[in-house]
Design a binder for this molecule. Structure first.
Ligand SMILES: *Cc1c(COP(=O)(O)O)cnc(C)c1O
Length: 362
């Protein structure tokens, strides 16, 4: 069976030795040595000043919202995994969808203009598939209207824009380290910010509002990442170059064979890629369903990431009071992600390509 994604697993013996060290130390959570090492190594590797690891990528968004004191309405993209919008609703906020750009599949900054800013306090764009948003236009807009910006960078681990980390844009960026993501800690996530005061606040928020001197400074929650999760992250970080390389080879094979057949998002020419997703845009829903059925008959399971467009989810559609999301609704209905993960062998990729091409012919 070939799923759309399979968790990368490092050398078991190496991971087990690290767990053994945790047992010997008797330290398994609460800001332990692996957690501190992971945060430092991620900051150095990614080229960002502050990394605050938390239990998952959804909580990362929730804590980012709390730390910035965001209220009322938040402009966001309807083309994303449910968590970017559900985190807003969970924090008592109102998502207001802004349609996407038909080329990048990311929030279209030119459509930000038509909003009434009375009750809007922030923008939450998503770097979908690791393809950077138009951060220059969003940043200009942020300054003009005094808004906060949280980038959901769950797909954008190790993506650089013009030589520097994409995570340095906005007030805060959030990452997901879920097992299906390119870099993971089994479950986990992180918040990245250039603002050191905000970083201290976030470290408190993830630990019941308690600071380094054991004083309770305010409201907080428990979002601490355990030592076992951090150890997994350290093992995977050691292997990251090889992981990215395997993904790249698969990505290039698909692109060579199917790049002419289907459209795909236009990847930013100013950014590096992490090859975490392999999306193709079909000419019609009918064509997509035909290919999907054919692959499933052969035990291959591509996924309709992201379908439906979030403005069509019942509990979210009630919030979407004015703006059309026609581009997102259309693209969400015709896009599908093909299997891509380091242990997927090239022979299987070739088989997927052959089956796909065959099912296009009537
Ligand atoms: C995976 C994902 C999340 C949620 O991350 P978890 O770690 O699973 O909570 C949020 N936003 C996007 C865009 C994602 O793909």
């Amino acid at each position: 069976m070939i799923p759309v994604s399979k968790p990368y697993l490092p050398c078991f013996k190496k991971y087990a030795r690290m767990l053994e060290d945790s047992f010997d130390r008797g330290v398994i959570t609460n800001n332990g040595p692996y957690l501190r090492e992971l945060e430092q190594r991620l900051a150095d590797f990614l080229g960002v000043p502050n990394v605050i690891c938390v239990t998952n990528g959804t909580v990362a968004i929730q804590l980012a919202i709390r730390s910035l004191g965001i209220k009322e309405r938040v402009l966001t993209t309807p083309f994303s995994f449910i968590a970017s919008s559900s985190a807003l609703v969970y924090e008592g906020l109102t998502p207001k969808f802004v349609d996407i750009c038909a080329k990048s599949f990311n929030l279209n900054p030119h459509l930000l203009e038509v909003n009434d800013y009375e009750t809007v306090s922030a923008i939450l764009p998503v770097h979908v598939y690791g393809n950077p948003c138009d951060v220059y236009a969003i940043d200009e807009f942020k300054s003009r209207h005094g808004l906060k910006v949280i980038y959901d960078a769950s797909h954008a681990f190790d993506v650089k824009l013009n030589g520097t980390s994409i995570l340095n844009w906005g007030d805060v960026s959030t990452l997901s380290f879920h097992a299906t993501k390119a870099f993971h800690t089994i479950e986990g996530g992180a918040i990245v910010t250039c603002n050191s005061e905000l970083a201290d606040l976030l470290r408190g928020l993830r630990n019941f509002g308690i600071n380094d001197d054991a004083e309770i400074k305010g409201l907080g929650i428990n979002a601490k990442l355990s030592e076992f999760n951090a150890a997994m992250g350290l093992c995977i970080l050691d292997d990251w170059d090889a992981i990215r390389h395997s993904r790249k080879q698969i990505w290039e094979m698909y692109t060579k064979e199917l790049g002419e057949v289907f459209q795909a998002p236009v990847w930013s020419s100013e950014a590096t890629r992490n090859y975490s997703y392999m999306p193709f845009l079909f000419n019609s829903v009918d064509e997509l369903v035909r290919v999907k059925n054919k692959l499933e008959e052969n035990n291959i399971f591509p996924r309709r990431y992201f379908y439906p467009s979030l403005n069509e989810i019942p509990y979210l559609s009630s919030f979407d009071f004015s703006q059309s999301c026609a581009v997102s609704t259309d693209i969400a209905s015709r896009v599908m992600c093909f299997p891509i993960y380091p242990s997927l062998n090239i022979a299987d990729v070739k088989k997927i390509i052959t089956l796909t091409k065959a099912s296009l012919k009537r």
